[in-house]
Design a binder for this molecule. Structure first.
Ligand code: CMP
Length: 463
């Protein structure tokens, strides 16, 4: 309001001065001094008028209709037009200068042609920029695709639109190009869907591949949790079935990272399940075998030897465990065990670290423990027959030795101490899990250990 009232007050003051001059010194009215006074009066008044028109048009009408701020560029444009009109009026009325009709038309036509030709591109960009400001097809920080370039919008000026690509390069598009091209806009915080294509061999049943790929997408950072990823067959290609992994992402600029993570998880999952990544088959097949991951029995023996609860086992029994264990490698960040799943095997960490996680009351996962090489996990569901009690996630590349139910059963039959040690460990871990809900008294822990032990014996038919 002050922006309008101030020039209005000044123009009233000038009007008073002008009136006084006209009243008391009428002879001065004809002089050029009074013309200048009148021109100044009109000029200041036109400032108030332009600001009032701009206020009504943009701050009242535009805001009411569109429920947002009017673009600055539009305000500037209107100001230029109105001030030009007022300038011509003041020029004619106050200073009594006139451009003759022919002179005016000729001059304005010539000037328009010259300006039009000289500023053809600039004006094109300007008006395209204007339409981008008014329509707002995208906002700052949205990701857009123009031609083959995907980038995050950093700025839109009256001439250009600037985007930053994932290579951290800045691409500047003239607005006329942005207005002409077909744009793909991935709004920030919108659930943008993306499809990653993943090949799998024809020989593996789709249900199995779909379940494995579901595991590969689980727990990947920046995949929107609001929608569950969908895995489906996309195509029967020459040398593989191509699966589509559909996931949603709120910031589209993360897509290349997420795709890379899924592909990495997929490699490990395929390797663990002895699935080859399909490659194009030609008549002449030159295959170079990838070097197998180094697996030396002696190392596995050493890690089995370091597991505390296996202390009562004989050397032969330990060697048998090392031999029969299924060796698997997990990528960093993979969900190895999921809370609530059934489980009939336990794992010994050969290398790498894992974390045991529980969802907390506020919905965020909470770390219960970090386990290192020589530690074991998965024994609780295996020994009690209950579902998995927590999520177990790899923190680095992790190699595990998986001990199946049958192998453990044999060990338990021959070693009462092993059952004892395991039931104590389970009680200890269970108590820690329960601490999240409430503290458990010592007596209750002792009773619980006995119950767990009985449950283990019943589950393995040892009583
Ligand atoms: P299981 O319930 O089969 O699957 C999740 C595993 O997380 C569980 O077995 C234990 O091996 C492990 N776990 C649960 N709670 C703890 C804890 N407090 N400390 C260490 N490991 C745990």
């Amino acid at each position: 309001m002050k922006r309008i009232t101030l020039p209005l007050a000044i123009s009233l003051l000038l009007l008073a001065v002008y009136g006084a001059v006209k009243l008391f010194k009428p002879d001065l009215i004809a002089s050029s001094l009074s013309k200048v006074l009148l021109a100044a009066l009109l000029a200041v008044f036109s400032v108030a008028l332009v600001r009032a028109i701009s206020f009504v048009l943009f701050d009242v009408v535009f805001r009411k209709r569109k429920s947002r701020e009017a673009p600055a560029l539009l305000r500037v444009l209107l100001n230029i037009v109105l001030y030009s009109v007022f300038f011509l009026i003041i020029y004619r009325v106050a200073l009594e200068k006139e451009l003759g009709g022919f002179e005016f038309v000729a001059t304005s036509t010539v000037v328009s042609v010259i300006i039009g030709l000289a500023l053809q591109d600039t004006l094109g960009n300007f008006f395209a920029g204007l339409s981008i400001h008014v329509e707002q097809p995208f906002h700052i920080l949205d990701a857009i695709r123009i031609e083959s370039i995907i980038g995050r919008v950093e700025a839109v000026t009256w001439r250009t639109t600037t985007v930053r690509t994932n290579n951290n390069t800045v691409v500047i598009f003239p607005n006329s190009k942005v207005a002409k091209e077909t744009l793909e806009v991935y709004r920030l915080n919108n659930l943008n869907r993306h499809i990653l294509l993943v090949p799998a061999p024809y020989a593996i049943p789709p249900q199995r591949v779909i379940s494995l790929l579901r595991d590969a997408v689980a727990n990947i950072a920046n995949v929107a949790r609001e929608k569950t990823p969908i895995i489906r067959i996309g195509n029967y290609a020459d040398s593989s079935i191509v699966y589509e992994v559909l996931y949603w992402v709120k910031d589209y600029m993360w897509v290349p990272d997420i795709d890379a993570q899924i592909r990495q998880h997929m490699w490990y999952i395929y390797r663990r399940n002895e699935i080859d990544i399909p490659f194009p088959v030609r008549h002449v097949l030159l295959e170079q075998q990838e070097p197998a991951i180094k697996r030396e029995g002696a190392d596995y023996d050493r890690v089995i030897d370091s597991v505390e609860i296996f202390a009562p086992l004989t050397a032969d029994e330990k060697a048998a465990v090392a031999r029969s264990a299924v060796k698997s490698v997990y990528a960093p960040g993979e969900l190895i065990l999921r809370r609530g799943d059934p489980g009939d095997s336990m794992f010994i960490i050969y290398r790498g670290n894992v974390e045991v996680r529980l969802p907390s009351h506020d919905g965020h996962a909470q770390q219960v423990a970090e386990l290192k090489p020589g530690s074991f996990f998965g024994e609780m569901a295996l020994l009690t027959g209950e579902p998995r009690t927590a999520d177990v996630i790899s923190l680095s590349e992790v190699e595990t030795l998986e001990i199946r139910k049958g192998v453990l059963q044999q060990l338990l039959e021959n070693n009462a101490e092993l059952a004892e040690a395991l039931s104590h460990k389970i009680t200890e871990r269970q108590s820690r899990l329960d601490e999240y809900a409430r503290a458990i008294p010592e007596e209750e822990k002792r009773v619980k250990a006995q119950t767990i032990r009985r449950r283990i014996q019943r589950f393995f038919g040892l009583d």
